[in-house]
Design a protein around this ligand. Structure first.
Ligand SMILES: C[S@@+](CC[C@H](N)C(=O)[O-])C[C@H]1O[C@@H](n2cnc3c(N)ncnc32)[C@H](O)[C@@H]1O
Length: 224
């Protein structure tokens, strides 16, 4: 779990969003996908990559599949774990565009997409998400935002603009270890709070937060 673990209540609150035993219970039941996904999950755990994990990966897959998504945009590729869950949810002929600012990390993702057999459906764009998104034309059916948290506010408006009506904007780490609801003043916490508040008030969107893992925001675009 991210965050500094400081608990202003003197320690009565659980350290994460939900009690560790509940987190572990849900993780134990989670569908882990096929062998390729299990391998990337292990690579992520071993290498300390901040991947979404199996329960959230399944959630992304379920949501994108339910929408019959044909165009998916992901901001924050890392080693391609969530991207593989998303690529596997695409309808035939669909495409995942995923953005990663670190070229070496993007190369690792490319290898993992090849091994998972989804590389023909995936386009990795290397660069900063807030710049790259300006050159991307919508509409997308589904957008998953998982970049650096301080960068969340800058990509919110471009994401909403590029989402089709009925499409979903899903965002990771929106509870930031619970710090968003406490008196924690880090730059990341402030940025996530701004993002959550703007999204909640936006008349084009209906948003809710699911307290899975580190908090997953799910927002549906209801009008332009
Ligand atoms: C939390 S990880 C993504 C994990 C991935 N979604 C998964 O679960 O498999 C964030 C990734 O986004 C990249 N990143 C962070 N900020 C970025 C930005 N502003 N633009 C592009 N990539 C960024 C990082 O290098 C890192 O690989």
């Amino acid at each position: 779990m991210p965050g500094d673990g400081a608990r202003p209540d003197g320690g009565r609150l659980p350290p994460g969003i939900v009690y560790d035993e509940i987190d572990n219970y849900m993780d134990g039941l989670a569908n882990r996908g096929d062998a390729a996904l299990v391998t990337v999950e292990k690579q992520g755990l071993k290498g300390g990559w901040p991947i979404v994990g199996a329960a959230e990966g399944s959630l992304l897959h379920i949501l994108a599949r339910s929408l019959r998504a044909k165009r998916i945009l992901e901001l924050g590729t890392a080693i391609g774990y969530s991207g593989t869950w998303l690529a596997r949810a695409l309808v035939d002929g669909g495409e995942l565009v995923t953005v990663e600012h670190d070229a070496e990390t993007a190369a690792l993702a490319q290898k993992n997409f090849e091994k998972a057999g989804v590389v023909s459906k995936v386009r990795i764009l290397v660069g900063a998400a807030d710049r790259i998104i300006r050159d991307l034309k919508g509409p997308f059916d589904f957008i998953f935002n998982d970049i650096d948290k301080a960068g969340y506010p800058a990509v919110l408006e471009p994401c909403i603009e590029r989402l089709r009506i009925g499409g979903l904007l899903v965002t990771d780490n929106v509870l930031w270890n619970g710090d968003v609801a406490r008196k924690v003043r880090s730059a990341e916490t402030a940025a996530i709070r701004t993002y959550n508040e703007r999204l909640a008030k936006d008349p084009r969107m209906i948003a809710t937060i699911v307290p899975l893992r580190d908090g997953v925001s799910i927002a549906s675009k209801v009008r332009d």
